[in-house]
Design a binder for this molecule. Structure first.
Ligand SMILES: Cc1cc2nc3c(=O)[nH]c(=O)nc-3n(C[C@H](O)[C@H](O)[C@H](O)COP(=O)(O)OP(=O)(O)OC[C@H]3O[C@@H](n4cnc5c(N)ncnc54)[C@H](O)[C@@H]3O)c2cc1C
Length: 488
C-alpha cells in the first residue's frame, strides 16, 4: 500500500509543512481546518502589533524561503501572507477542507485506518492521522469575578475585534506578557489613556529589529540566487546563536543565567529611569523561567504620561471598569485581555479514539505524554506535531515542526518498506523516553520551585517544553527506531 492517504487536522504552519512533505514523498493528504483560512496562529492572532519573536530568516521554513520580509521580526500579517503563499506555491488548496472542525477521529483495528468526522457531518478516512492542532489556539479568559458585567467592548488578543476604535478612549489591558507587550505600545498611541494591569513582571531583552534595506531588496530583485545564499548563511548564524547561546539560560548554568540576567537588567536600566518603576518591573523569579520577552518599545510605552501601570490583576470587574484590591475603581470604555491561551491539560478539541476504545483526552488527563513528542502508545499511525514537550523558549517552533514532519514521513516510508500497516510505540519505549525527558527537565530553569508557568501542570510536571537545545531534538528524531514500535 505505497500510496498511503494521510488525514491532517489543522492548517497552521505545522499542517501545511506536513502536507508539503507528504506530497513530495508521493503520499496523498486531506487537511481539515476549523478556521476559514490557513495560517493557524497567524490567522487567529491579528491584534495590533502582533509579530514574530524569532528572526524570520529562521522562522520561515528552511525549504521554502521567501524574500518578501519587511524586517528581521516581521508583523504577524506577513507570516499569514507567507502561509497563504506557500499554500499556493505547493498547490495544496484542492486538498484542504476549511471552515469545518474535526470533532472525532477513530482508529479501526481491522482496516488499520482512521476515520475523521467533522462538525458538518463529513467523514474522511486515511491510513494515518497527523494532529497539527498547535498548542496555543483556545483563548484563555481570566477567571475574574464580574467579567461579564463590563458594559463596554471586551477584546481578547487572540480574537481581536477590529471594529472597535480605541481613538480617544480610556482602555484597560489585563496582562503584561508576550502578546501584551506587543499590543501596549500600539494602543498607547491611540487611546486617551491606557491602564496596564500587571500581575507579575517579566524579563525583557532588546529586540533591535532592522528594516529590510533598499540594498537587500535590490539584490533580491537582481540576483535572487545570491540573496538566497546570503539568507541561508544568515539563517545558520541566527540558529547557532539561539541554540548555543540562548539555550544557556534554560540549561541553567551559572554563567548563562548571569549573562542573560545582565542583558535584561541593562535593558531595564537603559529604558526605565525611575527606580520605583524599575523595581515594579523586576521579576522575582529566575530569567528563563517564563517566556523571555523581546521588545524595545514596551518600557518606553509604560513611561508615557497617558499610560499607568497597576501592579496587580483586577480583583473584580464591574459595569464601568475594574476594581483592585485597595477598593479603587479604574474606569474604562474598553477592556483588553491579553491573557493567553488554554494550555495545560491538553484537552484536544477532537475526540481521538485509539486501540481498545481509548480516548486520548482521558489518557492525557493527568498530563500528556508521547514518544519523542510525536507518537503515542495505543494510538497507531497517529503523529502529533508541536506535541507534548516540544515547545521551546530559545529557538523557532518551525524548526521542530520540520523535524517532526520528516519523522512522520520516514515512519510511513518505513511501514511501506516493511509491508506493515500500522505502528505505535511500545509502552516501554514511551515510558523510557519520558523518564529520561523528565530527568533532563529537572536540571532546567523550568524546574525551579519558584517558577510557575504555563509550561507545567498544576502538579508541577513540565509537559510543554523540550528538555534541551534543538540539535539534541534533531538527533533524537533523525531516524525511526522501529525496534521501539509495535507493528501490525
Ligand atoms: C501570538 C503568538 C506568537 C507566537 N510567536 C512565535 C514566535 O515568535 N516564534 C515561534 O517559534 N513560535 C511562536 N508562536 C508559536 C506558534 O504557535 C508556532 O510557531 C506555530 O505557528 C505553530 O503552528 P501549528 O501549526 O503547530 O499550530 P497553529 O498555528 O496553532 O495551528 C493549529 C491549527 O489547527 C486548527 N485546529 C485546532 N483544532 C482543530 C479542530 N478540532 N479541527 C480543525 N482544525 C483545528 C486551528 O484552527 C489552527 O489553524 C507564537 C504563538 C502565538 C499565539
Amino acid at each position: 500500500m505505497a500510496n498511503k492517504h494521510v488525514l491532517i487536522i489543522g492548517a497552521g504552519l505545522g499542517g501545511l509543512c506536513a502536507a508539503i512533505k507528504l506530497q513530495e514523498s508521493g503520499f496523498t493528504f486531506t487537511i481539515v481546518e476549523k478556521l476559514d483560512k490557513v495560517g493557524g496562529t497567524w490567522a487567529q492572532n491579528t491584534y495590533p502589533g502582533v509579530a514574530c519573536d524569532v528572526p524570520v530568516s529562521l522562522y520561515q521554513f528552511s525549504f521554502a524561503p521567501s524574500v518578501a520580509w519587511s524586517s528581521t521580526y516581521p508583523q504577524g500579517g506577513e507570516i499569514q501572507d507567507y502561509a497563504e503563499e506557500i499554500t499556493d506555491r505547493y498547490q495544496l488548496r484542492p486538498n484542504i477542507h476549511l471552515a469545518d472542525e474535526a470533532v472525532s477521529a477513530v482508529w479501526d483495528e481491522d482496516s488499520c485506518t482512521w476515520t475523521l468526522t467533522t462538525q458538518s457531518g463529513k467523514t474522511f478516512t486515511g491510513d494515518a492521522l497527523i494532529g497539527a492542532l498547535g498548542q496555543l489556539n483556545r483563548p484563555n479568559w481570566p477567571d475574574i469575578p464580574g467579567l461579564e458585567a463590563f458594559e463596554g467592548p471586551k477584546l481578547h488578543s487572540a480574537a481581536w475585534d477590529h471594529s472597535v476604535d480605541m481613538k480617544g478612549k480610556k482602555v484597560g489591558i489585563v496582562g503584561s506578557a508576550a502578546s501584551a507587550v506587543q499590543i501596549i505600545p500600539e494602543i498607547a498611541e491611540e487611546a486617551a489613556h491606557l491602564t496596564v494591569f500587571q500581575r507579575s513582571p517579566n524579563w525583557v531583552v532588546p529586540r533591535r529589529d532592522v528594516k529590510t534595506s533598499p540594498q537587500e531588496v535590490a539584490l533580491m530583485m537582481t540576483k535572487p540566487d545570491i540573496a538566497m545564499e546570503l539568507g541561508a548563511a544568515n539563517r545558520k548564524l541566527i540558529y547557532d546563536n539561539a541554540d548555543y547561546f540562548f539555550w544557556q539560560v534554560f540549561e541553567w548554568t551559572e554563567e548563562g543565567r548571569a549573562a542573560y540576567t545582565k542583558i535584561a537588567t541593562d535593558h531595564l536600566h537603559a529604558q526605565i529611569k525611575d527606580p520605583d518603576m524599575r523595581a515594579q518591573l523586576t521579576p522575582d523569579y529566575p530569567v528563563g523561567c517564563r517566556r523571555i520577552l523581546i521588545t524595545d518599545d514596551f518600557y518606553p510605552a509604560l513611561c508615557r504620561d497617558d499610560v499607568s501601570l497597576v501592579c496587580e490583576g483586577p480583583s473584580s470587574i464591574e459595569a464601568k471598569g475594574a476594581r483592585t484590591s485597595d477598593g479603587a475603581l479604574h474606569e474604562f470604555d474598553i477592556m483588553v485581555f491579553a491573557t493567553g491561551f488554554e494550555t495545560t491539560g491538553w484537552r484536544w478539541s477532537v475526540d481521538v479514539v485509539g486501540q481498545n476504545d481509548q480516548h486520548l483526552n482521558a489518557v492525557w488527563a493527568d498530563g500528556p505524554e508521547a514518544y519523542l513528542g510525536i507518537t503515542i502508545a495505543d494510538f497507531p499511525n497517529l503523529f502529533v506535531l508541536y506535541g507534548p514537550n516540544t515547545n521551546l523558549g530559545h529557538n523557532a517552533i518551525t524548526f521542530m515542526l520540520e523535524r517532526q514532519v520528516e519523522y512522520a514521513v520516514k515512519s510511513l516510508q518505513g511501514l511501506v518498506q516493511k509491508e506493515a500497516r500500522a505502528m505505535a510505540p511500545s509502552r516501554a519505549a514511551q515510558t523510557a523516553f519520558n523518564d529520561k525527558l523528565q530527568a533532563d527537565l529537572a536540571k532546567t530553569v523550568w524546574a525551579d520551585p519558584h517558577c510557575n508557568s504555563w509550561y507545567k501542570t498544576e502538579d508541577g510536571k513540565i509537559t510543554q517544553n523540550w528538555s534541551s537545545h534543538t540539535r539534541a531534538y534533531a538527533d533524537a528524531v533523525a531516524e525511526v527506531k522501529f525496534e521501539d514500535y509495535e507493528l501490525v
